[in-house]
Design a protein around this ligand. Structure first.
Ligand SMILES: N[C@@H](CCC(=O)N[C@@H](CS)C(=O)NCC(=O)O)C(=O)O
Length: 239
């Protein structure tokens, strides 16, 4: 039985026996960006919510590195990097033209590299200083966290400058860059929301608020119980 007739090329060929499987974790920013792109593409997948401390055996069989998101395609291809899942989804269908091309594509790659590299490193250290005690040296955990917060803030100030010129990271329209980066800015903001709100980055704050208030964000943050192997199929995005 065909269960989805949408623009997404993969979904048009999809049958109930042949639906891609997404292993996901609701609060993970990498999984969020994957779900955002899937939602934007109109591609339907079966969602399996996981608990990080008890990963499903099947997930580890197809992707032994043990991180989410993981997407298993009907032809058994495994996509185990969030960006690969975003590209896959938007190449299936991109009704809002979120995938940039030319110079904008290069800019997006640079922004994502800064986000996933130095910004994410600072975010992790700011959020979880006890995990990095060997890097604290003479600093107290609080001083270390503050140092890392300030490093992350340098990057956010650059995003704010960009957003002072244009409503979205690459220009006048929402793009994959916004979807790939906003979940990480959200996580940084929520580490100490009061501090975040006091900073002088009004354009970044507005951009984040628009993202958090969007219907799309609400849809990808729908809550699911942790998946059990005998559960019925749960289709994502939710109807
Ligand atoms: N490079 C990966 C990173 C994914 C990642 O690190 N996900 C975290 C959750 S946010 C994870 O699964 N960590 C494994 C663990 O904590 O056991 C991607 O882009 O998908």
């Amino acid at each position: 039985m065909v269960v989805g007739i949408l623009k997404c090329a993969y979904t048009i060929r999809m049958t109930t026996e042949n639906i891609a499987i997404l292993y996901s974790f609701r609060r993970c920013p990498y999984a969020m960006r994957a779900r955002l792109a899937l939602e934007a593409s109109g591609c339907i997948v079966q969602l399996r919510e996981i608990v990080l401390r008890a990963k499903p055996v099947h997930m580890l069989e197809i992707s032994p590195k043990g991180t989410v998101p993981v997407l298993l395609l009907p032809d058994q291809t495994v996509l185990e990097q969030s960006l690969d899942i975003m590209y896959w989804a938007l190449r299936q269908a991109d009704p809002e033209q979120l995938l940039p091309s030319g110079a904008a594509y290069e800019q997006m790659q640079q922004l994502i590299a800064l986000n996933d590299g130095p910004f994410k490193a600072a975010l992790d250290r700011y959020k979880y200083p006890p995990r990095y005690t060997d890097e604290h040296h003479e600093l107290s955990p609080e001083q270390f966290a503050q140092q890392q917060r300030d490093q992350g803030a340098q990057h956010l100030l650059l995003l704010d400058q960009r957003l002072a010129q244009q409503p979205f990271l690459l220009g006048a329209q929402l793009s994959m860059a916004d979807l790939a980066i906003a979940p990480f800015v959200r996580q940084f903001a929520h580490t100490d929301l009061e501090w975040f709100q006091q900073q002088n980055w009004p354009h970044l704050w507005q951009w984040l608020q628009r993202f958090l208030a969007s219907e799309r964000f609400a849809r990808i943050m729908h809550k699911y119980d942790a998946w059990q192997s005998d559960d019925p199929v749960i289709l994502f995005p939710p109807r």
